[in-house]
Design a protein around this ligand. Sequence first.
Ligand code: AMP
Length: 277
Amino acid sequence: MEQLASIDAVRRYRKAVSGSLGFVPTMGALHEGHAVLIRRSTAENDATVVSIFVNPTQFGPGEDLHKYPRTLEADLELCAREGAAAVFTPNSAMMYPAGFTTWVNVDGLADKLCGRSRQNHFRGVCTVVAKLFNLVAPTRAYFGQKDAQQAIVLTRMARDLDMPLEVITCPTVRETDGLALSSRNRYLDPRNRQRARSIYKALQAAETGLAAGETDVATLKRACWAELDGNVDRVDYVEILAADDLGALEAVDKPALCAIAAFVGSTRLIDNVILAP
Ligand code: AMP
């Protein structure tokens, strides 16, 4: 496996590679959720590139940029084990040289859910992913349903900007008790790790309600809140929106994204399920 540590190196690698190229962008601190994306990419492409870059422009002031876990050695081992052909590890100075002023905004979709409380978050995500797409020029790029809004926003970006690649969204990988795997789970102490289970339980409450015939969005959201109450420290949002364009819904009469963001201690966790009528 090659480690590509500069823009020149990734461009040279891209020129030399033939056949289809899969791409898995990450911020490192890799776990089984990332491994599944890499495995899917290696199964569907002749070669796979993983990028590891903690992108500063998608973090807001006071967020966890500086304490975000950095575990490069273990990450490189995981990538090699899962069959990645190359890992791109740029730094901030390369990605954002002095004078950098160009941003990619996906209006509308990026203003909802996480975009409401994390101003400029998706501007940072879209800009860095657009740059990575330009450098890696993949045939297919793989993202996790865990970050559902990110996948929707990036799919729209690629379509709107005629990027010549396929964006593929892969199912969320969970712990046995349902907690979605996340690099941020390692911030949780044992007590908060237990309390964090309530997020997936809340999503399941909405699924159970729908299965019992309840389609009213306000009622289903109340069922989510009841599970979160007393278990999380602050709810950022509980939302049920149209799964395709994040439009408002009063009833689940078409596929809906049920999404939650909540703080357990000082750790902000997100998760979601698709509610299918
Ligand atoms: P991150 O390193 O957190 O930026 O995530 C990199 C990619 O891995 C994103 O496409 C995430 O959606 C995906 N990912 C993270 N956690 C999971 C998970 N538990 N299941 C599936 N995909 C995930």
